[in-house]
Design a protein around this ligand. Structure first.
Ligand code: WT7
Length: 651
């Protein structure tokens, strides 16, 4: 199905309600309509002005943008330190006693870190890394639960110019070792584990398994979350409290070039091998912090809560770097929204007087399913702005969020972006933009987006096609680690001179952007990107499986759910027990987020004459639709055989 034939867009466009800004909100808003004009008149000059004003340069930059498509360099000649900007500078401007993070552990334990605390802890952790021989440019892997040591470790790396790669704590040992080996990390920082849904979830055994296969890792630093000991490998493993606590709290930040690598973050693409998305220092810091201040209307006494995990880009950009650079007081919550009960979030909002909440449609739909009684039982009057990210938000979820969480008052910002874009690129500006439920509205100032057809021609308003970006922006990825060719191929080869985001989009008659989901073989499960190929490889990796095909199907809560079609090897019995095993196997190889919700054992798969699996037909089957065009099938009877098969094993 082409992007403009999708049924969901019709539903979206039928949602005609508009929400103009409240004049009282607009009067106090950080964003003013004029910034669109300033940015449009000269985008490079716009970013240059902001970079000069907002960053304390150790050395000022000489060139704003060097653009040799597809490679961008921003603010060259300049030197800065990202940790200094995020931490020390806040202390220097008198915010030492301001809370940087209210941390809340799932069992109810809490910690408060001021900017001064953060400065001390980051400096000590940085000195510990130096003691272990980590130098500017060396990579450090981080595999941790949502505890304060996670942002501290990231900032410690930034302080000495050692790029970090954070691997989400829900990923498997294999996923961790693959990422470590791709970037050649020297040190791994991890923890014994963390709390999730009332249970202790161990991480160290995954870390051990991973490190048995990563020759570059010399040392492993382990945070003690549970206080009950864990197996430590002599001469390799060190407790965080042993090595960090005894360090000096003086560690001068290392000035690095604007284009120095700040971090790598691995994300799924259309192949089985995750891509190391490379972000650098100055442009990323500017893009994330400026967008954070404008889009979330950040004021000095806001209590801001981005409820993502730091292991994803949302956490990197909008829990750590953007907010800290703005001197924000933020919430860090370790656990799940339903533990101990479905009102945990609303208790936190009430208790900490959270004023800005940023979460994902999948969470909103999960709350919706439980009913409004949970948010209604709490005083949410402190909430003045709400955000959404990760996937298209359906108008019903938008309206529920608006009514039951925002009490009909708080503006909602539906923010489109990607790991690759580093910062939010399509979004309303609160106080300026009239919103429409389900639309991410317009490109951020200084960003130029378009919707194009298969030939790269701009599609007139009212039409659908592929979302592209037309000029470089400061927080953009600088490449895929170690693979310039893949970078070029993935993002810059589909359309000449345009960045191809992999998303379908439509603009309505008013020019509003409506995102329509991925157009490539990437699924979006609860706001997280997982490639079909990655899951297929994990399935085929099991001894019973001959062949597998995976598609994403519509799901009420997670947006999409994983549906696997499996051909077993001769002699294997298609039993429920085997289906359970295969699901667990995928969770083991990739991580629990990739566990297929549905599995169907099939005798064959629909393929073209050239042998390419026709996922479109599998999606039709999985979602119970009439089949699309089957004329290119090598064997037309295959789909009927699959359709007649009723043995779907559901989680
Ligand atoms: C993909 C990027 C960026 C943080 C979270 C995900 C989808 C993201 C929206 C939105 C519609 C969205 C896109 C995009 N997406 N935000 N507001 N509306 N779709 O980061 O894992 O890199 O995934 O998420 O499909 O390409 P990511």
């Amino acid at each position: 199905m082409s992007v403009d034939q999708r049924p969901e867009i019709e539903n979206l466009l039928a949602e005609a309600r508009t929400f103009p800004p409240d004049p009282a909100f607009a009067a106090q808003a950080n964003a003013k309509p004029e910034i669109y004009d300033e940015a449009a008149a000269d985008p490079v000059a716009f970013w240059e002005r902001l970079a000069r004003e907002r960053i304390s340069w150790f050395e000022p930059f000489t060139t704003t943008l060097e653009w040799q498509l597809p490679f961008a360099k921003w603010f060259t000649g300049g030197k800065l330190n990202v940790a200094y900007e995020c931490v020390d500078r806040q202390v220097e401007r008198g915010l030492g006693d301001k809370v940087a993070y209210h941390w809340i552990g799932e069992p109810g334990d809490t910690r408060t870190l001021t900017y001064r605390d953060l400065q001390r802890e980051v400096s000590k952790a940085a000195n510990a890394l130096l003691e272990l021989g980590v130098r500017t440019g060396d990579r450090v892997a981080i595999y941790m639960p949502m505890i304060p040591e996670l942002p501290i470790a990231m900032l410690a790396c930034a302080r000495i110019g050692a790029p970090h790669t954070v691997v989400f704590g829900g990923f498997s040992a294999e996923a961790l070792s693959g990422r470590i080996n791709d970037c050649g990390a020297k040190v791994l920082i991890t923890a014994d584990g963390g709390w999730r849904r009332g249970k202790k979830v161990g991480l160290k055994h995954h870390a051990d398994e991973a490190v048995s296969d990563t020759p570059t890792i010399e040392k492993v630093i382990v945070v003690d979350r549970f206080g009950e000991g864990v197996h430590m490998v002599p001469r390799r493993d060190l407790w965080w409290h042993d090595i960090v606590d005894r360090q000096s709290d003086d560690c001068p930040p290392v000035p690095v070039d604007s284009e120095h690598m700040l971090y790598l973050l691995y994300t799924s693409g259309t192949t089985a091998k995750p891509k190391g998305i490379l972000h650098t220092s100055a442009g990323y810091l500017l893009g994330t912090s400026f967008s954070h201040e404008m889009i979330f209307d950040l004021k000095p006494d806001d209590v801001y809560w981005c409820a993502a995990d730091i292991g994803w880009v949302t956490g990197h950009s909008y829990i750590v770097y953007g907010p800290l650079k703005n001197g924000t007081t933020g919430i860090l919550y370790e656990g799940a929204p339903d533990t101990p009960t479905w009102d945990r979030w609303w208790q936190i909002v009430e208790e900490y007087k959270v004023s800005i909440l940023y979460t994902a449609p999948t969470a909103i739909r999960a709350f919706m399913k439980q009913g409004p009684q949970y948010p209604e039982a709490h005083d949410l009057a402190s909430l003045r702005l709400l955000g959404s990210v990760g996937e298209p938000i359906n108008p019903e979820a938008w309206l529920w969020y608006h009514e039951h969480v925002g009490r009909g008052k708080a503006p909602i910002v539906d923010t489109w972006w990607q790991t690759e874009t580093g910062m939010i690129l399509i979004t309303p500006l609160p106080g300026v933009t009239t919103t429409k439920p389900g639309s991410a509205t317009f490109p951020f100032p200084g960003v130029e987006a378009d919707v194009v057809d298969g030939n790269g021609e701009s599609v007139p308003l009212g039409g659908g096609g592929y979302l592209v970006l037309k000029r470089p922006w400061p927080a953009m990825l600088r490449g895929i680690y170690g693979d310039d060719e893949r970078y070029r191929q993935t993002y810059w080869s589909r359309f000449d001179g345009l960045y191809f985001a992999g998303d379908g989009a439509k603009r309505d008659e008013d020019g509003y952007f409506w995102l329509l989901g991925r157009v490539d073989d990437v699924m979006n499960i609860a706001g997280h990107r997982i490639s079909t190929t990655e899951v297929e490889s994990a399935l085929v990796d099991h001894r019973a499986v001959a062949e597998a095909a995976v598609v994403g199907v519509k799901d009420d809560v997670t947006g999409q759910a994983i549906y696997g079609f499996v051909i077993l090897k001769a002699g294997q019995e298609p039993t429920d027990a085997l289906a359970v095993q295969l699901r667990e196997h995928v969770a083991y190889v990739i991580g629990p987020i990739a566990r297929p919700k549905y599995l169907m054992f099939v005798p064959d798969l629909p393929k073209t004459r050239s042998g390419k699996i026709m996922r479109r037909l599998l999606r039709d089957i999985a979602e119970g639709r009439t089949l699309g065009d089957t004329t290119t099938l090598a064997d037309a009877t295959v789909v009927e055989t699959i359709r007649d098969n009723t043995g779907v094993a559901e989680e």
